[in-house]
Ligand binder design. Sequence first.
Ligand code: ATP
Ligand code: ZN
Length: 302
Amino acid sequence: MNATEKAERLKLAVQKSGRLTDNSLELLKNCGLKLSRGRDQLMGFGENMPLDVLFVRDDDIPDLVQEDVCDLGLVGRNVLEEKRLEMIAKGHKPSFTELRTLEYGRCRLALAIPDGFNYEGARSLAGKRIATSYPFTLENWLRERGVSADIVTLSGAVEIAPRLGRADLICDLVSTGSTLQANHLREVETILESQALLIRTPVELPEGKQEWVDRLLMRIDGVQQVRESKYIMLHAPRSALPEIRRLLPGSESPTIIPLEGSGDRVAIHAVCRENVFWETLESLKKAGASALLVLPVEKMLA
Ligand code: ATP
Ligand code: ZN
């Protein structure tokens, strides 16, 4: 590989090992990327696209992208927002560009109280000690509510802080709530809803790289769409068409095919951009449909 070819390769930052790693790699795989690497290695090289992956801690991803070390990054909104507020607090100007919100990494930053804490809204937090790994996001939330509390910044094991007497309550990431439950904590407020994001460098990319970013985005959109999409086939009398079209979830223009030898009946094929549930099939049947078939969609390119 010569120097220009190397410069033309996109560099994407991905969490090395953690909750975002598998989903991020799966997304790239679904976009057609073949990576050669061992998981313990720092870099993965795209074999069939000019895109290489840099494996790092998720907390480093916003800086790597903002400082143009990487062109792209996959990171949680929680981490990005904390970084953004930290920069503002320190007098810097953040310039993150979000390209897409992705379907994975869903969690929320939430306040949770131990048994015996009497919570009656943000006012109850005045003067309390709150343990968190997200001091800037929490600070911002408290400020917006005019409440002053004591933020105890911890880098991990936030959920045991109340038991250790280090804090009165916590502000931590939650997805199912089972960790909170195990620690006798009860969620009382959502501070931030989070999902994984694709972010890009603030610096303009050379044409060749930008083209690949655009292609990647188109593929990501396709991947995200097919996840929910279904191909539905059914037979129905022509007279039932308006009602059936109304019932088909998120489909634009179904294909209508006459059925050989069955007079008024037609076959209807449609791509539904939402999941098709049993209730929908039952309603379609009631409207006159028969021979209903629902198939998964593998790829889609608008
Ligand atoms: P690293 O070593 O890369 O710093 P970490 O321990 O900070 O890893 P993980 O626990 O792997 O991070 O979480 C990575 C990201 O996954 C979080 O920042 C968040 O965006 C997302 N996430 C999704 N669900 C959860 C959850 N239940 N708890 C924590 N993070 C979650
Ligand atoms: Zn981290």
